[in-house]
Design a protein around this ligand. Structure first.
Ligand code: NAD
Ligand code: UGA
Length: 435
């Protein structure tokens, strides 16, 4: 199959290289010239484990290429994927669909022969209908289908998630020609019996939001349990294990922390809330989830302030981790973006280290001193906060860290360390939802 991917971001690039690895001929197109120049130079515009090797291999074997110009790639394609961003629209929280519609119109103007237009971006219910209408308006005679194929990969584990998904969801592939293209694209997954769920297009669009909203709600549930644990003297990790072993609940996504962040849960929960309000069927659980999570992220700075005795004025706080989760350089809606300014406002100096996200963080956070490693970061600090659970922060030399810190205060927002061990080592240790 000849595949064109419009948008070479986290989803477009990963999906593109994985389709190439499945044996298809893939062109990844992006309007961002810097991104394409890097890719043409064999460099990755994002940090995602394993991506560079997989890209290099597929480029070498002639199945994967990159361009800023979509024209030839769209003309030749059997399937054109729309994998552009759908950020929150300023002011109202609806998904901004301007990039999706711009891509659809570009496809309309260029496609030749029967083409399957596949929306991989996360888009509100009804977007596929609008994409189809817009293409039809520009090309009344064109032969095409508009299919919804939402993506469920996680950053940091994206390649494995794409190649070994729990399921693939496809909406609106009623035309047998479209269905054949989709089946051919995902053939390796058919062969290993991955469930491929065919639905109507609107259902497929909603499945994506329902999945993200449910997961965001699950995290928020355990975060509230963590707060309760702190009051009643219980341990949230044991609560999570105790409920998670019930198969109906499941043990994943029950890690209490500073609140969910990232490029998707925050914007997708908000967009679902707006859609539901618009259709007169408000999703109050999700409205509450959004509010609780916003409050939680804002409250994390105070936890750090309390740990150092109620004031950070003139104190230095070391932050280990800035990205919204480990194994990514993505800073979008990261809890650190709430925590750092709040600490600075309260008078603290912030020194931070993150293995991958400091370049991006430097654009978003002002007045932060960036360190070259974890020990450099904690030197002479009045407290250290673990904000992202990178593996390298799980095995710190605690003796060395204690010697370097001005005061042995550790605020562990990811429950990386054991409270009893930390106390034995002489730390003042604060974590989430544990006695
Ligand atoms: P991203 O911002 O990393 O990438 C989007 C890319 O599209 C950018 O590089 C941008 O330059 C490019 N672009 C925009 N308009 C274009 C056009 N007309 N032609 C060519 N390129 C264009 O975004 P992302 O994180 O990859 O997310 C893309 C979509 O996938 C969103 O809807 C998101 O909700 C969804 N999604 C993301 C993830 C994730 O983990 N990041 C997972 C599942 C779904
Ligand atoms: C999430 C979903 O997991 C993907 O299935 C989905 O495709 C994607 O959004 C999307 O639509 O873009 P991602 O945002 O990459 O993926 O990362 P997650 O691993 O889901 O983490 C999201 C946030 O929740 C992070 O801030 C993480 O720290 C937090 N989290 C996650 C917790 O606080 N506790 C948990 O148990 C799990």
């Amino acid at each position: 199959m000849r595949v064109t991917m419009i948008g070479a971001g986290y989803v477009g690039l990963v999906s593109g290289v994985c389709f190439a690895d499945f044996g298809h001929d893939v062109v990844c197109v992006d309007k961002d010239e810097k991104k394409i120049a890097l890719l043409l130079d064999g460099k990755m515009p994002i940090y995602e484990p394993g991506l560079d090797e997989l890209v290099a291999q597929n480029v070498r074997e002639g199945r994967l290429s990159f361009s800023t110009d979509a024209s030839q790639a769209i003309r030749d394609a059997d399937a054109v994927f729309i994998a552009v961003g759908t950020p929150s629209r300023r002011g109202d929280g609806h998904a901004d669909l301007s990039y999706v519609f711009a891509a659809a119109e570009e496809i309309a103007d260029l496609m030749q022969g029967y083409t399957v237009v596949v929306t991989k971006s996360t888009v509100p219910v009804g977007t596929g209908d609008e994409v189809e209408n817009r293409i039809r308006a520009r090309r009344p005679d064109a032969e095409f289908a508009v299919v919804s194929n939402p993506e469920f990969l996680r950053e940091g584990a994206a390649i494995n998630d794409f190649k070994r998904p729990d399921r693939v969801v496809v909406g609106g592939a009623e035309d047998p020609r479209a269905r054949k293209v989709i089946e051919e694209l995902y053939r390796p997954l058919y062969l290993n019996e991955t469930p491929i769920v065919f639905t109507e297009r609107r259902t497929s669009e909603l499945i994506k939001y329902a999945a993200n909203a449910f997961l965001a709600m699950k995290i928020t549930f355990i975060n509230e349990m963590a707060d309760l644990c702190e009051k009643v003297g219980a341990d949230v990790q044991q609560v999570a294990r105790g409920i998670g072993l019930d198969n109906r609940i499941g043990s994943k996504f029950l890690n209490a922390g500073p609140g969910y962040g990232g490029s998707c849960f925050p914007k997708d929960t908000l967009a679902l809330v707006r859609t539901a309000q618009e259709y007169g069927a408000p999703v109050k659980l999700i409205e509450t989830t959004v509010a609780i999570n916003d409050d939680r992220k804002a409250a994390m700075a105070d936890r750090i302030i309390q740990a150092v005795g109620g004031s950070v004025k003139g104190k230095t706080i070391a932050m280990l981790g800035l990205a919204f989760k480990p194994n990514t350089d993505d800073m979008r809606d990261a809890p650190s973006l709430d925590i750092v300014p709040a600490l600075q406002k309260a008078g603290a100096r912030v020194r931070a280290f993150d293995p991958e996200s400091m370049e991006e963080a430097a654009h978003l956070l002002k007045g932060v001193e960036f360190a070259s490693g974890p020990y450099d970061c904690v030197k002479d600090a009045d407290a250290v906060a673990i904000v992202t659970e990178w593996d390298q922060f799980r095995a710190l030399d605690l003796k060395r860290m204690k010697e370097l810190l001005k005061a042995p205060v550790v605020v562990d927002l990811r429950n990386v360390y054991r409270p009893d061990e930390m106390r034995e080592r002489g730390f003042t240790y604060v974590s989430i939802g544990r006695p």
